[in-house]
Design a protein around this ligand. Structure first.
Ligand code: HEM
Length: 400
């Protein structure tokens, strides 16, 4: 066990520890909440360099063997693991190229009217005469419904799809998780057959039929890809919306500034991503040979955890880093990662967030916190609130 333990206190507020580590031990050994020894990287420059270093590998089979050797139990069915976030080149290059053919900028932009409709219908259902938990009423259902639209999941199947995926993203390592992932695998297998027979104009059909020089995704790769899109695109976007609202509530001057000029929204979204990064640490990497980061040489075969949340609060890169500033000239934050695994869904996440903040700020003249003391999820990977109870005052509509 190493001196630094990333426990529940860390999950509630990682920033004091990050600030100390960036100052005193920017590359250090630590123990995760589940007891796994890792090397933690906290400075911006080191984090960015590490994310792009091919000697920090991700291959799922080797990583799993290393985790098991360190006493971590198996959690996920092998068939759902064969995705690009778990692969190194050349597999990664091939998978990303095939998926890139289906996940085009045109397809993302074409989703705009659907996202606007989904957002409006969720907000229509909110009763502003009582307290509202923004997460369960809006931030959570929004991205999953958008993913259903992206993948062309038929309306009649939305409820079961949503229930499996909600269980999968919230209850890892439980029996319910196993049942839900088996349900989802069966369902997706049927859908693959259906999309092969009758392809639609959706991304799932495009993935089923995507080809590259005669190459295409195998059935297992397709399953794992859709599973990755679900998990990577769901939990993260929930946190972007809720963390952003929470950050504005804690900085009323910034809320007023944004309300006064919604043209600042794209920049504000980048600042929300930097300030309360939805993904706290990048997924595990391991050293395929000894790797020097800063002044520290990490031996071969060690697990490395790169902190995006810490890099994004590094004062050497972002002046006055603990201040939310939606006018900050941004660029280069690490919230979507960096290097070959840079988030594939970043354009979709940005579009969803812009629509969400525009809708919330124009529909409600006042947004207020019911409780100042909020609880963060007990997660090392994700930075997200458990609930965000709000009082919402609707904008007065001029009917004259
Ligand atoms: C605010 C929302 C989001 C955030 C903060 C986010 C963050 C990230 C980060 C940090 C990574 C890299 C992880 C690593 O290197 O260990 C990543 C990868 C990925 N994300 Fe996102 N993501 C978001 C939304 C989405 C959405 C909406 C989708 C798709 C529907 C998506 C799909 C992916 C995929 C497929 C990868 C793997 C790319 C690869 O391995 O080449 N993400 N994301």
């Amino acid at each position: 066990m190493h001196g630094i333990v990333l426990d529940g206190v860390f999950a509630q507020d990682p920033y004091p520890l990050y600030a100390r580590l960036r100052r005193e031990a920017p590359v250090t050994q630590a123990t995760t909440a589940t007891g796994t020894p890792v090397w933690l990287v906290t400075r911006y420059e080191d984090a960015r360099t590490a994310l792009a270093d091919p000697r920090l590998a991700k291959d799922a089979h080797r990583l799993r063997a290393m985790l098991e050797a360190r006493g971590n139990p198996r959690t996920l069915d092998e068939s759902l693991m064969a995705h690009m976030l778990n692969s190194d080149p050349p597999d990664h290059t091939r998978l990303r190229r095939l998926v890139g053919k289906a996940f085009t900028a045109r397809r993302v932009e074409a989703l705009r009217p659907s996202i606007e409709r989904i957002s409006a219908s969720l907000l229509d259902r909110i009763d502003p005469t009582s307290e509202v938990d923004l997460i369960s009423a809006y931030a959570f259902p929004l991205p999953i419904t958008v993913i259903c639209a992206l993948l062309g999941i038929p309306d009649a199947d939305h409820d079961s799809f949503r229930s499996w995926s909600n269980t999968i993203v919230t209850n890892s390592e439980t029996e319910e998780f196993q049942i839900a992932s088996a349900g989802l695998v069966n369902y997706l297998t049927e859908q693959i057959e259906r999309k092969r027979r009758e392809p639609g104009d959706d991304m799932f059909s495009a993935l089923v039929t995507a080809r590259d020089d005669g190459d295409q995704l195998s059935e297992e790769e397709l399953l794992a890809m859709v599973f990755l899109l679900l998990v990577a695109g769901h939990e993260t976007t929930v946190n972007l919306v809720a963390n952003g609202v929470w950050s504005l509530l804690r900085h009323p001057d910034q809320m007023a500034r944004l309300r006064g000029d919604l043209g600042l929204l794209p920049n504000a979204v980048e600042e929300f991503l930097r300030f309360e990064s939805p993904v706290n640490v990048a997924t595990f990497r391991f050293t395929s040979e000894p790797v020097r980061i800063g002044d520290v040489e990490i031996p071969e075969g060690e697990i490395v955890m790169v902190s995006l949340g810490s890099g994004n609060r590094d004062g050497d890169r972002f002046p006055d880093p603990d201040q939310l500033d939606i006018d900050r000239g941004l660029g280069g934050h690490l919230a979507f990662g960096h290097g070959i695994h840079y988030c594939l869904g970043a354009p979709l996440a940005r579009l969803e967030a812009e629509i969400a903040f525009r809708d919330l700020l124009t529909r409600f003249d006042r947004i207020e916190l019911v409780d100042e003391e909020l609880e963060w999820r007990n997660s090392q990977l994700m930075r997200g609130l458990v609930q965000l109870p709000l009082r919402l005052t609707p904008a007065v509509v001029d009917v004259a």
